[in-house]
Design a protein around this ligand. Sequence first.
Ligand code: NCD
Length: 318
Amino acid sequence: MTFRHRHLLGIEPLHPEEITTVLDLAEKYVELNRQPKKRSKVLQGLTQINMFFEASTRTQASFELAGKRLGADVMNMAMQASSIKKGETLIDTALTLNAMHPDLLVVRHPNSGAVNLLAEKVNAAVLNAGDGRHEHPTQALLDALTIRREKGRLHRLTIAICGDIAHSRVARSNLILLGKMENRVRLVGPPTLMPPRIGEFGVEVFDDMREGLEGADVVMMLRLQKERMDGGFIPSEREYYHRWGLDVEKLSYAKDDAIVMHPGPMNRGVEIDGTIADDINRSVIQEQVEMGVAVRMAAMDLLARNLPEAVQNEGVLV
Ligand code: NCD
């Protein structure tokens, strides 16, 4: 197994073989998670702290469950109520927590780069659970695992990532990962929601859904990240749905066996028609959530193996 990192801050630094290592190990955890008894001792004795400076439902629950299933002591910091509100800086909070000797720190932060900065100041292995519009590596890995299981491979697929690309760390991590694995990535959405210099990523860009979805194996829909918009990026939600919302007619341009993905939270009737989201023949949205727990278990397991030897010598890792 090759995975030589101290932290998981993004997809950018990962080699294709390391991505495969995470996914292969995650497959084992998918099996474990389907057993009635789901407990493993891989992280026994280790402390995991979840610091979410931004709202989260599935990512936080998924990391918490992942840590507990691996036997770690898991603590969720209520960051809304923390000393940050009293003016403490991110780094001071991190140093305070560091003094409590956590082994794994899971961090979500609204500012791009904040998680990388924090990783430089602490001894724990840091996992980025989403920083601004930068990266969300475990989301891209769980999406990759879902695609690999559904399509039987993770290369030479045509994948359309649709919607608010400019504000999306999910899109960014996904396009990096899917590019590394040699897929054809298309970005589809209004030009106002495309990041500048997107051509440099080696992707095709479309503003027409039908053209962008033509022959696609995977259709990945994204939420309009209104909390990151500081102006009028779209005419109206109705108009947006009309032109870029995924409905049966637009989906008919993709391959007959194309799968539909969404990282959640979903805005039905804005970027996706509710009936498609619920169609178990097309939508793999629930499977993405299931894969999320397994991928996070795999990522934490691998990072724990790379913790400084002092921890490993205690013999807690199996
Ligand atoms: C995404 C996020 O927070 O980046 N959600 C998630 O982690 N499942 C996408 C979003 O908020 O739209």
